[in-house]
Structure formats: structure tokens, C-alpha cells
Design a binder for this molecule. Structure first.
Ligand SMILES: Cc1cc2nc3c(=O)[nH]c(=O)nc-3n(C[C@H](O)[C@H](O)[C@H](O)COP(=O)(O)O)c2cc1C
Length: 184
């Protein structure tokens, strides 16, 4: 079997498909922002910590640095076109939830809203930020998590219903609806 060498800065393209989230934040003067991210992973379950890696140029990062809050929304295939709109580079202060026609819902523990069409969301308080190369790693403590009832089956994500979006790179995605169970 032959192997192809790839550009090292694109290493993450073989660590794929990656779960894709929409992060909602708010600026100190109350302007709501939303953008998709696929550099994300769970870090600890007790305390519940999640990591998101963002370019420091993003409005998302700038809001997080100033307000220490974010909501992680889990989108489904149904809103892939809307997710793409939230990734566009709008001027600071433009609300991508409104631009994409999605619905903002009031959070309980933090100021940024959650997105009504997403299958689950986590309200997070930022607990630490680490500078990492051309990105900054944001560690958030999950204060509250809720999922749409039909998106959960026996405590697991019901992928056939939830159709989570997985990112390959650029405009290429995989929709995770193939559930395989290993036999003993
Ligand atoms: C599917 C997808 C995943 C992305 N993942 C990341 C990521 O993990 N980190 C990042 O810094 N930017 C990522 N981006 C790019 C940002 O979403 C994009 O630059 C956006 O305009 C930033 O918006 P903001 O300035 O309003 O925060 C991703 C874009 C897409 C479409």
C-alpha cells in the first residue's frame, strides 16, 4: 500500500470527520454572535470540561475573552445550510443567528442564548484559556446541558434522529446516522 505525504499544517484533515458545534457568545455591549467550530473535544467529566480551539481573530474568541461565557450548540443535518451562513465573516456586532434565520432561546446560567433548532446545547463558563500556536484553546465548564427528547435513546445520542454534523474540511461534511453496535 502506498502512502501520500500531506502538508503537516493540514494534519487535522485525517483526524476526521470531526463533531461540529455552533458556539454562541455575547459581547460586553450585548451583541450576540454565532459561529461553527470543529476543533472541539470533551476534556473532563468531573468537573465537566469541554475544549474549543478558536483563532484569536474570531468575534467568538473576543467575546469569550471579555465575558467568560459561551453556549455550545449541537446542530443536525437539517440546519447545515444555516450553519454555513453562521460561518460567514460578518462585521463585529452582526447577529449570525438572525442572519441565518435560526431561533435564539434564553439560557438559564449564562447570557448567550442557545439555538432552538439544535438537538442539544451546553451552557458554559470559561474556566481557562491557553495560547496554542495560531489558535487559543478555550476550556469551558459545562453548567447545564439539555437535549431534545427525540435526540436521546437509552442515554446515548439517537443518531438516526439527531443526524449530527461531522466536518471533513471546507464545505465537506459527513452526516452521522450510521449506528453500529459491537457484539460481545
Ligand atoms: C464547519 C466549520 C468548522 C470550523 N471550525 C473552526 C474551529 O474549530 N476553529 C476556528 O477558529 N474556526 C473554525 N471555523 C471558522 C469560523 O467558524 C469562521 O471563521 C467564522 O466566521 C468565525 O466567526 P466569528 O468571527 O463570528 O466568531 C470553522 C468553520 C466551519 C464552516
Amino acid at each position: 500500500m502506498k502512502f501520500t505525504n500531506m502538508d503537516v499544517e493540514n494534519f487535522y484533515r485525517v483526524l476526521a470527520p470531526r463533531p461540529t458545534i455552533i458556539v454562541t457568545t455575547i459581547s460586553p455591549d450585548g451583541k450576540i454572535n454565532a459561529a461553527p467550530f470543529s476543533f472541539t473535544m470533551p476534556v473532563s467529566s468531573n468537573p465537566p470540561l469541554i475544549a474549543v480551539s478558536s483563532s484569536p481573530n474570531h468575534h467568538t474568541y473576543q467575546n469569550i475573552e471579555q465575558t467568560n461565557e459561551m453556549v455550545i450548540n449541537i446542530p443536525s443535518e437539517d440546519i447545515l445550510p444555516e450553519l454555513w451562513i453562521t460561518s460567514e465573516k460578518f462585521p463585529q456586532g452582526v447577529n449570525e443567528i438572525e442572519k441565518s434565520g435560526l431561533t435564539q432561546m434564553p439560557s438559564q446560567k449564562v447570557a448567550p442564548p442557545w439555538i432552538g433548532e439544535c438537538i442539544a446545547h451546553m451552557e458554559c463558563r470559561v474556566e481557562r484559556i491557553l495560547e496554542c500556536g495560531d489558535h487559543n484553546l478555550v476550556l469551558g465548564e459545562v453548567l447545564k446541558v439539555a437535549a431534545r427528547e427525540d435526540a436521546i435513546k437509552e442515554g446515548l445520542l439517537n443518531v438516526e434522529k439527531a443526524k449530527p454534523i461531522l466536518h471533513l474540511g471546507g464545505k465537506d461534511f459527513v452526516v452521522g446516522d450510521h449506528h453500529r453496535i459491537l457484539k460481545d
